[in-house]
Design a binder for this molecule. Sequence first.
Ligand code: UD1
Ligand code: UDP
Length: 362
Amino acid sequence: MREPVKIAIILGTRPEIIKMAPVIRELEKRQENYFILHTGQHYSYNLDRVFFEQLRLPSARYNLEVGSGSHAEQTGKILVGVEKVLREEEPDLVLIEGDTNSILAGALAAVKLHIKVGHVEAGLRSYDRNMPEEINRILADHCSAFLFAPTEKAKAILKSEGIPEEKIFMTGNTIVDAIYQNLEIARGSANTISALGLKPQEYFLVTIHRQENVDNRARFASILEGLDRVAAEFETPVIYPIHPHSRKRMAEFNLKPRNLTLIDPVDFLSFLQLESSARLILTDSGGVQEEACILSVPCVTLRDNTERPETLEVGSNILAGVSPDKIVECSKAMLGREKNWENPFGDGTAGRKIVEILESVA
Ligand code: UD1
Ligand code: UDP
């Protein structure tokens, strides 16, 4: 019999909570020895606690409460806080997911204490090093002993960077598990669409929060102008659950979109409802590009590149950049596209596979 392994799950933001949930559920089911260390990077109720409650996740054993700050400040505080907890708890393995400052600091603190790191959603690359997430994911991958690649493409990228094949495991993306586990529940729960006065297939859904888009007045203004034009051209309501950072920048830059309905960020089940019945999704989010693809909803990505090229290849997604003309043109193209693509992100068993791999090799 193998020695029981003690696992520390480090997370800190909305997408990590959602995408780590299937792994946590599997660890619970198998009564594995693990605990959650929350960095506190996200702390607003609707970016954090709501997901623990709704996905019925066990509370974090630790919350470092680092909050917001510059990259160095935030990453530095997490590094120091994580090291302290890891010294106390002495886990055998640290599990991280995605590409935020929380997971970079978690990986770095662990690897320097000679604790093995497992990276869920490894091998994604936008090849744009101006994005903080690109730096985070490259460094996290190269700190890791177990790399859980969501697709063959991600696996090939890791190999091309010299990471030995025996460290890489192709598991699919845990977002598929999260969708499959929650879509039916979402359909049966309070109807967010009608509460907003909308009808299925008669609205567009938007999210924009990437730093390179919303921290630059010209880019943010250009995107909002494009979205205003899309709403007018297609005479369709456009709903934008707005990240608090984007709302702050919108006010600072005095930007006032004419045709968008802004609402506060919503819980996961409500967001799944909004996504699955939208006629079109326009976004700069990584996770939302995947979800649109899995839910068979056409997507326009408001960026110049994507680390989810699989979505472009299967035809569920298009890169529009930020020019208003291009946003309208790409929306038209995607509305005319047949929604017959295959989901390239796996069959909804990534969480189980990841835990089985850890049980056999960690
Ligand atoms: C972070 C990640 C990003 C991820 C996103 C998920 C980094 C570098 N960025 O971006 O990759 O896509 O999370 O949503 O790790 N704020 C609140 N409440 C909160 C958290 C933040 O109001 O709970 C506001 C604050 O004004 C803060 C700003 O949002 O300054 C930015 O927060 P931060 O955690 O630095 O980055 P995100 O934009 O959330
Ligand atoms: N999401 C949500 N409510 C919202 C907006 C997004 O629950 O109002 C979920 C969405 O379903 C996806 C995740 O948040 O799973 C994406 O997070 P985000 O766009 O913040 O980060 P990224 O994926 O770009 O890192």
